[in-house]
Every structure is written in C-alpha cells, then in structure tokens.
Design a protein around this ligand. Sequence first.
Ligand code: DOR
Length: 430
Amino acid sequence: MADILLRGGRVIDPARNFDASADVLLQGGKVARVEPGIAASAGARVIEAKGLWVVPGLIDMHTHLREPGQEYKENIETGTAAAAAGGFTAVCAMPNTLPPNDNRAVTELMVCRAREAGIVRVYPIGCITQGQKGENLAEMGELQEAGCVAVSDDGKCVMNSEVMRRALEYARGLGLPVIQHAEDTNLTAGGPAHEGAASTRIGLRGQPAAAESVMVARDLELVALTGARYHVAHASCAETVRLVREAKRRGLPVTAEVTPHHLTLTDEACAGYDTSTRVNPPLRSAEDVAAVRAALADGTLDAVATDHAPHSPVEKDVEFEQAASGMIGLETALALCLELVDAKILTPAVLVARMSAAPAKILGLPGGTLAPGAAADVTVIDPRAAWTCDPSRLRSRSRNTPFGGRAMHGRAMLTIVAGNLVFAEEKLIG
Ligand code: DOR
C-alpha cells in the first residue's frame, strides 16, 4: 500500500480541537503525521487538497444494507459503494434483514460479505429480541462475539416494558449500547404521516409526535433503573429533544441521533404524496425541525445518522398509505448537512463531530479522529462543489429519494479506508 500525502487541506479534527491548514500523511493504514510542510517520501501518492476539507472518515451509525434477504433493494456491495461515494468510511448495519440479525450466523455472513466487498467498514448491529418480535431476548453475548457493536430492533419498537428492562440489564453487563426505535405502535396505528395541519389538509391519517416521546420517556425511567447505555434512533420531535436534554442533565448514559431528512424537510414535503417522503418516524412540523436543528447544534443530539432505507418500486410505486417507510440517504447526507453549515446552524467542526467523532465514541469504533496512530479513515470534502442530485446516478441499488433535482453544495471528493482509496471524484484524481 503506497503512502498517501494529502497536501494543504483544511484539516478539521474536532476530537483534538484541531482546525487548521496542514498536510496529512497516511502510512501503513494509519495516520502517520498531521502538520504543515511534510515532504513526500519516494513512491508516495501526493494529492493536492488546497481549498478542501480533510476530516476523519464519516461514520453512519444507522444504515439498512438489506443483505441477507432483500438484495433486490440493496446488498452489502452496493450499499457500501453508496456509502463510500457519500464520504462514509464505516456504516453500522441495522438488523431488520431477512432473516433478522438475531444470531451469530447472520452476523458472520454480514462481516464476511463486507470483507469480500472490501469497500467501507461494516459493523453489524444485532437484534434486541429474537426475530424482532419483542418477546424473548436475542443471544446478545453471541452477537457481540460475532462482531455486533450494539443491539436494536430498529424498524420496530420494544413495546413491552419488562422486556426492555431485561434487555437493558443484559446489555449493560456486556457494555453494549441499546438503540431504541421509539414508537408506541398503539398511538401510530397505521398513520403514515405526522399528525398536524399538513396531514389533515392532504387527507392522510396522522400519528402524533407523542408516539415517539412517550417511549423515550418510559425508556429513560428504565435507564435510570438499570444504568444501561441507551441511544435514541432517528429522534424527530421537540419533546424527544426535551427529554434527552433533561436526561443528560440528570447524568443518565443516553445519546441520540437525527437523520438528515428530519433536519431538512417538514411534513409539508408529503403534500404531493411522493412516497419517498414516507418515512418512519414521519417528517414533522416546522417547530420540530427547528428543535432538532438546535439540539444537534448544542449537542443534545449527538450524531447525524442517515437511516438509509432502500426500497424498490414494488414497495414505493403504490398509494402513500400502502407504501413502505424509508428513504435512501448515504449519498445525500453530507450535502444536506452542509446546508446547515451554510445556514450558520452548525460550524464545520460541529458538523464533523456529529458525523464522525460522535458515532465513533458512542459505539467505541476506530476512527473519528486524525490523531497520529489512528486508523487512516479519511474523507476529503469540497464544501462548495455544486451538483444536482440525480437519483439515476446514485450507487445505491434503490432510487427512493425525495431529493432528486435538488441543487446541492458540497460533496465527498475522496474516501479513504485504512489507507486505501475506496472512492475518488473523477475531477480530483482523473
Ligand atoms: O423509515 C424507516 N425505514 N424507518 C425505520 O425505522 C425502518 C426503515 C426500513 O427498514 O425501511
């Protein structure tokens, strides 16, 4: 593996409070040096990064790769190619596959397929309960041994409080974070949109924001009881933000993520019945969007996570009420978050913290910093590159995005994993 010298970029490494122009030398799969004026060794690949940001590789802690079982939507190779093109050096694969990732065999298959694809790092997340049925706990110890970095029944909420209590206790013993898809399904009962003026106007059944926050409130009581590490998946409303903020003040071991779509779209986006705007939790009110933005800025919400959820036309070219929930997100996340930087809601360093350092810390993953000795997982970003999202050109196998045609500013130019170039924008490398 040749050394790589990234020359003259703006190096942003929030984990070390570093934000300055410098060269970055990658050697033997590790960050070797970060300082101005590094001389290129013989055989090193020198890449001019002037005007670009050089940041620790982005990490998506919430991706649906659909393998095994739904490879017509995505597989580990196409999903990780999409991740690399979006600037991600690692993704965490959610367990709602077919069969669900509730046992060692499925985890091992995912790890093996990811190694064969050889693009970005893949960290499986195992199920909390067997078959995601919410009844009996999965063998968390076995899942952890096989490579799972957390447990979640994502796509489904653990509704039974006793099961959730035991899950937290068990996971605590193993040091595994429990990631909750917070949704009281008695309250959501079939409503595909956020309950509010927009859903009333367009005639879609609504589900209240409280369906999310009541589960977060319950879980936080169980976190206080058990002391387990708890993480809220796709937090979407003002009340969840308030609860997480208060729990952090109480010193509870809680973290939370928010998706780029909940940061940038309101429930008004569903007005045209575009089924790619049907997501779970649903797109919320303008007040909720303002609350999650502010919470991401102040750190109440720790991380941005895509909830990349590929679906085919079979699930999406149907009535809004019948459509599957989810949109793809790996290739648009960075540009959407850069809109928040342009709007002065996030500084560049906070953006990098939320997309790299925080997920690494929450899950105990390598990366998240460019400190010498760290894994050479690096993303080089052109924060100004103008492009238009064309769904037909995305690497993902699925096309379910509402962002087609949107004028974007900023994109990944290079994605480097363990010192290997896994994605390069043509203009930069040729
Ligand atoms: O919109 C969503 N899609 N939310 C989820 O929680 C699950 C995901 C999926 O798997 O399609």
